[in-house]
Structures are given as C-alpha cells and as structure tokens.
Design a protein around this ligand. Structure first.
Ligand code: HEM
Length: 216
C-alpha cells in the first residue's frame, strides 16, 4: 500500500472514531453507549464520579487523536513551524491530562485486573513516549523527536484498533468481558510492533541515502 493511502486511512479512521465519541458522548445519552450500559448492569458499579472522569478522558484524548496525523504528515516548513509547535504543546497537554485520569479509568476497567493491567501499561507507555518526544525536541534532536512521536501516536491510535478489534473478538470469544480483557492488550501491542517496523525501514532508507550520497 502506498504511503498516501496509509496516511489517508489513518486520518479517516482517526476522524471516524473521534466522531463516534463526540456523537455518542456529546449529543446522545452516554448511558446508552455499549460499554456504559454494560457497566450499568453490574450491581456494584457507581456511574458517578466515573462518568465525569470518562468525559475528561474522552475530551482530551480526542484532541490527541485528531491532531496527531496533521503533526506527523504535514512537514513543519518555516511558515508552519509556529502552528506545529502550538499544536504539539496541545498534543502533549491533552495526553498529560488524559494520562492522569486514565489511571482511575484503568482501575475500574471492564474485565477486571487483566484489562486494568493492559490499559495501565498502555497509559504509562503513552505518557512516556510523548515525554521522550518532547525531551528530544527540546534538545533539538529532530530525528529522535520524530521517532518518539511516531511511537506516541501509534499508542494514541489504540483507540481506533480497540474499536476495530472488539466486535470480532466478541464474536470469537462469545463473551463481552473476555473480549475486553483481550482487547486491552491487543489494541496497542500490534500498533507498537508495526511502528517499530516502520521506524527501522525509515532508518534503513536514511542509511542507504547516506551511503549513495557519500563520494567514493
Ligand atoms: C492511548 C491511551 C488510552 C488509554 C490508556 C485509554 C483507556 C481507557 C479506559 C480504561 C476506558 C474505560 C474502559 C472501561 O471502563 O472498561 C476508556 C474508555 C474510552 N476511551 Fe480511552 N484510552 C486511551 C485512548 C483513547 C483515545 C485516543 C480516545 C479517543 C477517542 C479514547 C476514547 C475512549 C472512549 C470513547 C471511551 C468510552 C468507551 C466507548 O464508548 O467506546 N480513548 N479508555
């Protein structure tokens, strides 16, 4: 698949999932969302304050999901540098806030401790990769900044992977909670593997570029 098609697909999928979250939680009744209505069936589940924490998570995470492709795919040329920096700070801020509230959401995740551990690991890596990317740009290491941002966005994209995989997993395992335990891990581990392959290909291409450009 060509680069342009992959980028277009990433963009469309990110916008679609963000759109789902905005419509479901912003315009429709949150209690009717699949996950929330499932949780409400549990006798010991308290909707408040959980739902407010979820709103904070969704509001901040959506920003990261939408802004990511623009930051990664549009080259920050001179005229766009200020915009890139501003949106970059927004991306980091939204992940920092979401990263904090995610700890609470992870503890109460559907599927018990296996899901909690999956989401908590994702959360720690999400914040860590984003902070690494920020540190790299602060010391003007552009190449390393790009690599860490690719890792960060691969983890942001878990929001998309989760919603693609959940239905087939429910079908395969025949149980919503079992599917949720699996998806808490499967929504991000494959993303990290794919992005590491992309990064090593980029490195290889750069090295090949250097060798062909070096005079004999
Ligand atoms: C990458 C780090 C992320 C982590 C660790 C994370 C974690 C969680 C957790 C633990 C829940 C509650 C699950 C439960 O109670 O069973 C949740 C729900 C949710 N998250 Fe995230 N999330 C992340 C990224 C995102 C992003 C980028 C979005 C952007 C749209 C998002 C949108 C949602 C939505 C809409 C829900 C409600 C469930 C639904 O209706 O599908 N999350 N998340």
């Amino acid at each position: 698949m060509g680069n342009k098609i992959i980028r277009g697909l990433v963009f469309i999928l990110a916008i679609s999932i963000a759109g789902y979250a905005i419509v479901q939680y912003g315009f429709l009744n949150a209690s009717n969302a699949g996950l929330v209505s499932f949780k409400l069936q549990k006798p010991n589940f308290e909707l408040q304050p959980w739902i407010y924490v979820l709103y904070t998570h969704i509001f901040t995470a959506i920003f990261a999901l939408i802004i990511g492709p623009f930051q990664l795919f549009i080259k920050p040329t001179n005229g766009r540098k200020r915009w890139h920096r501003l949106m970059g700070y927004g991306y980091v801020l939204s992940i920092t806030v979401s990263g904090i509230v995610n700890v609470y959401l992870s503890i109460f995740a559907t599927g018990g401790w296996i899901s909690s551990l999956g989401f908590m690991s994702l959360d720690v890596l999400w914040v860590a990769t984003t902070f690494m990317a920020t540190r790299k740009i602060l010391v003007k290491d552009i190449q390393a900044h790009k690599v860490w941002m690719l890792r960060s966005y691969a983890l942001t994209f878990s929001a998309v992977t989760l919603r693609i995989l959940l239905a087939p997993l429910i079908f395969l395992l025949g149980d919503f909670e079992a599917a949720f335990r699996a998806v808490a891990w499967l929504c991000w581990i494959p993303n990290l593997i794919v992005i590491e392959v992309v990064i090593s290909r980029m490195r290889l291409r750069r090295q090949q570029g250097f060798t062909t450009a070096t005079p004999k």
